[in-house]
Design a protein around this ligand. Structure first.
Ligand SMILES: Cc1ncc(COP(=O)(O)O)c(C=O)c1O
Length: 400
């Protein structure tokens, strides 16, 4: 009898966590490494949010909370959906989890049966297929292309849907490509979904507040209210409020699904951290003025990185609408010889030779299901980004 579960053979460790660890290990050995692998803002959590947590501790808010979250936070979430997305949800239709990750996991856990398919556009956030597989479902990938700015074409979505499709996972702005769908682009997808009433939509709106220029964020139910009864709209405070370590994510959707997710969570972690929930109440209800300030900073970094990468020989980097990632192609380097003498055969080779030669840690595109590309997280200072891009330019010029 095997000791470890068969389910483990279906999952891979997170490539983004592995790259961050490799960069840390090299740094510990004294190497000068710039890590551009991590998916978290480099800003600190705003003071008013920290203060709300301190006050919660002092008030003694240190006990178990209801599984789906404290009423104050569920009310704040319902208000947020109305205020920012024009969506009507009662607090009972919301649920709070330990990070957006737990929300997604609970949604799959509560709905997956063997043979169920989940349509996931590539490139995807690394955890979607692994969660689906762990919960006994089958991920079905639909490719996008760099020419189409990594956006799914409606006809490709239509073709991927079968009678076994349970969920379509939508993520805009996207990790890893930064691509975000306009209202009209999303409408073309929701029109396809209307034709397939058995398919549920899981929209991961984690990067909602990180879009640039005059881009206007849109979420599926706002664009097509007829999808209300079969959509789970997920969001969280991790990225927009620089609260990755607080571990608060949330969602709203049909009551029956929220109740099923509550049941899973009740046998797993129960309510999220009480103190972090009070901090999230302040994040959602308090002043929002630092969001446009951070957006401006991210936008300037995106422009810097896109411009410098496009000057690197063999690299092509589209300018994405949102998140804090770019997803350049390294196709022009495939087949070339790196300074070490090794021939670059894949994006994974490119990434490991770059780390070896120049100490720049990025994540290979094949980890996100679409290459030859790589992901750079620009959630770090302009000075470091400039230095990293100079090193990438030097590396590319040295490949023959
Ligand atoms: C697209 C996407 N969804 C969800 C998450 C998970 O967020 P959280 O840190 O709140 O679990 C991440 C984090 O990297 C993400 O990039």
């Amino acid at each position: 009898m095997a000791f470890l579960a068969d389910a483990l053979s279906r999952v891979k460790p997170s490539a983004t966590i592995a790259v961050s660890q490799k960069a840390r290990d090299l740094k510990a050995k004294g190497r000068d490494v710039i890590g551009l692998g991590a998916g978290e803002p480099d800003f600190d959590t705003p003071d008013n949010i920290k203060q709300a947590a301190i006050e919660a501790i002092n008030r003694g808010e240190t006990k178990y909370t209801p599984v789906s979250g404290i009423p104050e936070l569920r009310e704040a979430i319902a208000r947020k959906f109305k205020r920012e997305n024009n969506l009507d949800y009662t607090p009972a239709q919301t649920i709070v989890g330990t990070g957006g990750k737990q929300i997604l996991f609970n949604a799959f856990m509560a709905t997956m049966n063997a043979g169920d398919e989940v349509v996931i556009p590539t490139p995807y956030w690394v955890s979607y297929p692994e969660m689906v597989s762990l919960c006994g479902g089958t991920p079905v990938f639909v490719a996008t292309t760099q020419e189409n700015r990594f956006k799914l074409r409606p006809e490709d979505l239509d073709r991927a849907i079968t009678p076994k499709t349970k969920w379509f996972v939508f993520n805009s702005p996207s990790n890893p490509s930064g691509a975000a769908y306009t209202h009209d682009e999303l409408k073309a997808l929701t029109d396809v979904l209307l034709k397939h009433p058995h398919v549920w939509i899981l929209t991961d709106d984690m990067y909602e507040h990180l879009t640039y220029g005059d881009f206007k964020f849109a979420t599926p139910v706002e664009v097509e209210p007829k999808l209300y009864d079969r959509t789970l709209t997920m969001n969280g405070v991790s990225k927009a409020y620089a609260m990755t370590g607080w571990r608060i994510g949330y969602a709203a959707g049909p009551l029956s699904l929220i109740k099923a997710m509550d049941m899973i969570q009740g046998q797993q972690t129960s309510g999220a951290c009480s103190i972090a929930q009070w901090a999230a109440v302040e994040a959602l209800n308090g002043p929002q003025d630092f969001i446009p300030v951070n957006k401006k900073i991210f936008e300037a970094r995106r422009d810097l990185v896109v411009s410098m990468l496009n000057q690197a020989k063999g690299i092509e980097c589209p300018s994405p609408e949102g998140a804090f990632y770019v997803y350049p192609s390294c196709k022009g380097l495939i087949g070339k010889t790196a300074p070490s003498g090794k021939v670059i055969g894949t994006d994974e080779d490119f990434v490991s030779e770059l780390l070896e030669a120049e100490g720049v840690a990025v994540v290979h595109g094949s980890a996100f299901g679409l290459g030859p590309n790589f992901r750079i997280s620009y959630a770090t200072s302009e000075a470091l980004l400039e230095e990293a891009c100079k090193r990438i330019q030097r590396f590319c010029a040295a490949c023959k």
